[in-house]
Design a protein around this ligand. Structure first.
Ligand SMILES: Cc1cc2nc3c(=O)[nH]c(=O)nc-3n(C[C@H](O)[C@H](O)[C@H](O)COP(=O)(O)O)c2cc1C
Length: 170
């Protein structure tokens, strides 16, 4: 479930890397480019969906949640500092994701292609880095078994006052 499908309220879907799940706050953490169109869509309507399947565990998870994007603050600086310069390189793209280009392109400035940038070279990329938090409000757990599948819906109670679960027919 390292690369779930992330859905925005406009119905668009994309694969993203799941960086962390905080079990205390029920928050998923993902990283993205602050210039990406999905940032504006989440600001307009923060309703989000997440879909993940672990083929080995035979478990599907379907999440409903609320998105929030953060670009500044000591916490975001610390997350940025943890990433390798190579991982940070995609945030050097000269134009944001989904910008139309006259030719096929990585979006990176020519000098950045095929290199592992230095700390100085990577510094301007910080302004394009955003963290997307999705706070889980409800999720659907489906376990596939030859003996009979199992399914449950878990609802997170407001103010993190625990959760409520109910079995569903798969
Ligand atoms: C395996 C994989 C991992 C990806 N990880 C991320 C990610 O962590 N963050 C991200 O913004 N896009 C990631 N992408 C790219 C997105 O799927 C998508 O193409 C990009 O974010 C642009 O989406 P948008 O037009 O909805 O903003 C990943 C794609 C793949 C195939």
């Amino acid at each position: 479930m390292h690369t779930p499908v992330i859905g925005t309220s406009d119905g668009d879907l994309r694969v993203m890397v799941l960086r962390e799940f905080n079990a205390a706050t029920y928050q998923l953490r993902l990283h993205t480019d602050a210039r990406s169109p999905k940032i504006g869509r989440i600001a307009n309507d923060p309703a989000m969906a997440v879909l993940a399947y672990d083929a080995e565990a035979k478990v599907q998870i379907r999440v409903r949640g609320v998105g929030a994007v953060k670009t500044t603050g000591a916490d975001i600086d610390a997350i940025w500092d943890e990433a390798t310069n190579f991982a940070k390189r995609c945030y050097l793209a000269e134009q944001g994701p989904s910008s139309v280009s006259a030719r096929q392109t990585s979006g990176l400035p020519g000098w950045a292609e095929g290199i592992n940038p230095t700390a100085d070279q990577i510094a301007p990329a910080r302004q394009n880095f955003a963290v997307l938090y999705i706070t889980v409000t409800e999720f659907d757990w489906l376990y596939l078994a030859n003996t009979g599948h199992r399914r449950a819906r878990i609802t997170i109670l407001p103010d993190r006052a625990g959760w409520k679960g109910e079995w569903l027919v798969p």
